[in-house]
Write a protein that binds this ligand. Structure first.
Ligand code: ADP
Ligand code: MG
Length: 244
C-alpha cells in the first residue's frame, strides 16, 4: 500500500473499558478519497472506534494519524475541533429551530457570506433539496433530513467524514435509494469517508474496502469482492453467509 497516499492510519490501537478489551490492536490504512466501512455486529466496537478517530476519547495505546500527522496516541495531540473531521451521528440531530439553509451553513460562519451562499447552492443541488432551503427540519421526511445532515457535515469540506449508522431507522425501500445516492455524493465530493454499519449489504454497496469487526478486533480488511470470495476467518464466513 502506498503510505504517502494514506489519509487515515490506525496503528495497533487498543482501548479498555474497565475489564473489557473494547478495541484490540486495530490497524487500518485508508487511502485519500476512499470510502471504507466498519462492518460488524452490535457491540463489537464500531462507534467507539469512530469516537477515537474524532478525538472524543483517547486510546490506551497505539497511534492514529491523518495525512501523515499524528492525531492521538495516549493523549490527544490534536484537539477534536482542529482535526478537520466531519461527523454524522445515528440520530442526525439537525437544529430544529434553524432552516435547511441555516443548518447547512452552520459550520461556515467564519466564511464570507457570498462564499457561504455558493457552497450552500452547490450542496442543495447535490442533495436535490434546492426547493426546501427555507423549510424547517420538521417539514422534511426522514430521508430528506438525512441528506441535510450529510450536507451540513460536508459543507466545511472536512478531510475525513465519519458516518455512524447513517441509515438506521430507515425502511429497506428508502435505503435502496439512499445507499447508492450516498456513495455518489461522497465520490462526487472526493471525500475520504469511514462509515459504520451492521448491515453487510449496505457496506458492500458503499465501500471500496470493508473492515469486518467482531469483539473489538478487525478480522478482515479488504474489498467487498475479496471478503465475499475469501473470508479470512470462520467469523467472517458466518457473518457474511448469514446475510445480516
Ligand atoms: P457498536 O457501535 O459496534 O455497536 P460500541 O462501540 O458502541 O459498539 O460498543 C462496544 C463495546 O463497548 C460494548 O460492549 C459497549 O457496551 C462498550 N462501551 C461503549 N461505550 C462505553 C462506555 N462509555 N463505558 C463502558 N463501556 C462502553
Ligand atoms: Mg454503534
Amino acid at each position: 500500500m502506498n503510505q504517502a497516499n494514506a489519509m487515515l492510519e490506525l496503528n495497533q490501537v487498543r482501548l479498555r473499558f474497565k475489564q473489557q478489551q473494547v478495541l484490540d490492536c486495530i490497524s487500518l490504512n485508508q487511502l485519500t478519497g476512499e470510502i471504507n466501512c466498519l462492518l460488524g455486529p452490535s457491540g463489537c466496537g464500531k462507534s467507539t472506534l469512530l469516537k477515537l478517530i474524532a478525538g472524543l476519547i483517547k486510546p490506551d495505546s497505539g497511534t492514529i494519524s491523518m495525512a501523515g500527522k499524528e492525531l492521538s496516541s495516549k493523549r490527544n495531540v490534536i484537539a477534536p475541533e482542529q482535526r478537520q473531521i466531519g461527523m454524522v451521528f445515528q440520530d442526525l440531530a439537525l437544529f430544529p429551530h434553524l432552516t435547511v439553509a441555516e443548518n447547512i451553513c452552520f459550520g461556515l460562519y467564519q466564511q464570507p457570506k457570498q462564499q457561504q451562499q455558493q457552497r450552500l447552492q452547490q450542496l442543495l443541488e447535490l442533495i436535490g433539496l434546492t426547493a426546501k432551503a427555507e423549510q424547517y427540519p420538521s417539514a422534511l421526511s426522514g430521508g430528506q433530513q438525512q441528506r441535510v445532515a450529510l450536507a451540513r457535515a460536508l459543507a466545511p469540506k472536512p478531510k475525513l467524514l465519519l458516518l455512524d449508522e447513517p441509515f438506521s431507522g430507515f425502511d429497506s425501500h428508502l435505503k435502496s435509494t439512499l445507499v447508492p445516492e450516498l456513495r455518489q455524493i461522497l465520490k462526487h465530493e472526493g471525500i475520504t469517508s469511514l462509515i459504520v454499519t451492521h448491515d453487510q449489504h449496505e457496506a458492500f454497496a458503499l465501500a471500496d474496502r470493508v473492515a469486518v469487526m467482531n469483539d473489538g478486533q478487525v478480522h478482515q480488511y479488504d474489498t467487498p469482492q475479496q471478503i465475499y470470495r475469501c473470508p479470512a476467518s470462520a467469523f467472517v464466513a458466518r457473518f457474511i453467509g448469514s446475510g445480516q
